[in-house]
Design a protein. Structure first.
Length: 423
């Protein structure tokens, strides 16, 4: 049945990886890419300790390397593969099945975390299709992350309670302390603060698609995954690009009742991300951590507050808007052929303002917003120390008379609000 699936025929990475049949009540598949990883068993132990779900679930581990990987990497991967197979014999239950596949010597141009996620997520599609669960849930996790005990049950509950939900970002917290040197944890505090500042500054600006896009902390329905063409093969940033195809569909959510705990270690595996950011912090000899200036989001807020006025707007009205909007916005829009795109949006959006806004934000999406932030940073507003930027962010919301000044206290405050809701 599954090989007749149109998505798998056109975009599936390869044939089925496993000969075993899934349970008919399979509802969730967790996908874990693994490259040169020594601590995978810790992550699997965390998932094995989770509370039971109503549906059956599977955890798919995709160990991978490229045709340019070193001998040491392949030896580590082979060792991990054998360890996981032995571990599976002891941990797999009737309702919770663990499966591992080793995809070795992927062509270097295709190799990377995006391809590894795609291999696993495409296989998740196959498994769910075999169980006639085309609307089942595919969860993305990482081989160096752990989770709270209620992790799987919270994901299942969210999608059961929100039947139209297309996907969700899952709450995460990096560790503040542990076996690594103290400087590592200082760096990860700044990096997580940066992630939370950016998303919440976008929410202050009323950008409707402001969600965290972290590969270890996301879930999507299989049908939606297929509809949007599946996972990309990017070597980094695959999570950002993937989710910003899903989020504009609407009915995207957040799962804040549980927690993913990513690793705080350094890494040079990808050009950006947690591990790379911490390494950059260490290489910078502990200088100040900088981020986007608040004025970028203030200008963005002015623009987004008047977007609905562009519905069926006359050319003269558009010109008046461009004249009064902040210069950083108007120059960026003109550089991106704004008038032509707006004309097309109005031509094909249909008769309602809601349809206009949906089409508009398909153009002015998460990629475009990030490009604007970089443009405004390079041309108008220099980066500032992140503690000062976060103080501004906290000051614009009620409930905090004196925003904390230290990065640690600021992160604790933002975490609390991200998990429990902002006013």
């Amino acid at each position: 049945m599954n090989e007749s699936n149109l998505y798998l025929q056109r975009y599936g990475f390869q044939k089925s990886l496993f000969s075993s049949e899934p349970r008919p009540d399979l509802g969730i598949v967790v996908v874990i890419p693994c490259f040169n990883e020594r601590e995978l068993i810790t992550s699997l132990d965390s998932l094995a300790a989770c509370d039971d779900t109503r549906c059956a679930l599977e955890i798919l581990v995709i160990i991978n390397d490229s045709d340019h990987s070193s001998r040491q990497v392949r030896e580590q991967n082979q060792q991990t593969f054998e360890e996981v197979r032995r571990w599976i014999n002891c941990k797999t239950t009737d309702k919770r099945q663990f499966l591992v596949h080793y995809e070795s010597r992927i062509p270097d141009k295709q190799s990377g975390v995006g391809t590894a996620r795609k291999i696993g997520m495409d296989e998740a599609v196959r498994r769910l299709e075999k169980a006639n669960k085309g609307n089942g849930i595919i969860v993305s996790f990482d081989a160096d992350s752990v989770c709270d005990r209620n992790y799987l049950r919270a994901i299942e509950g969210h999608f059961l309670e929100n039947s139209k939900c297309t996907g969700a970002s899952i709450y995460f917290e990096h560790p503040f302390e542990g076996p690594l040197p103290k400087d590592h944890y200082t760096g990860v505090i700044f990096y997580e603060l940066f992630l939370r500042y950016y998303i919440n500054a976008l929410r202050y600006a009323a950008f409707p698609h402001a969600y965290q896009t972290v590969g270890s902390s996301m879930a999507v329905r299989s049908a939606i995954y297929q509809k949007q063409g599946g996972m990309n093969k990017r070597k980094a940033g695959e999570d950002f690009y993937f989710l910003h195809k899903i989020i504009p569909l609407g009915d995207y959510g957040e799962i804040n009742s549980t927690r993913v705990i990513p690793s705080a270690r350094v890494s040079d595996r990808v050009p950006f991300g947690t591990g790379k950011a911490i390494q950059a912090w260490l290489d910078g000899h502990h200088k100040h951590y900088f981020t986007y200036h608040p004025n970028i989001f203030k200008d963005l807020k002015i623009f987004l507050s008047e977007v609905d006025q562009l519905f069926r707007a006359r050319p003269s009205d558009i010109d008046k808007c461009l004249e009064k909007w902040p210069e950083s916005i108007t120059v960026f829009l003109c550089d991106n052929d704004f008038k032509t795109h707006l004309k097309e949006i109005n031509r094909y959006c249909g008769p309602t303002r809601e349809a206009f806004l949906s089409r508009f934000y398909s153009w002015f999406n998460g990629f475009k917003v990030l490009k604007y932030a970089h443009f405004a940073r390079d041309r108008y507003y220099l980066n500032m120390e992140i503690e000062k930027a976060v103080q501004w962010l906290l000051s614009v919301y009620p409930g905090i008379e004196k925003p904390p000044a230290s990065a640690m206290e600021q992160l604790v405050e933002i975490r609390k609000r991200d998990r429990n809701g902002w006013p």
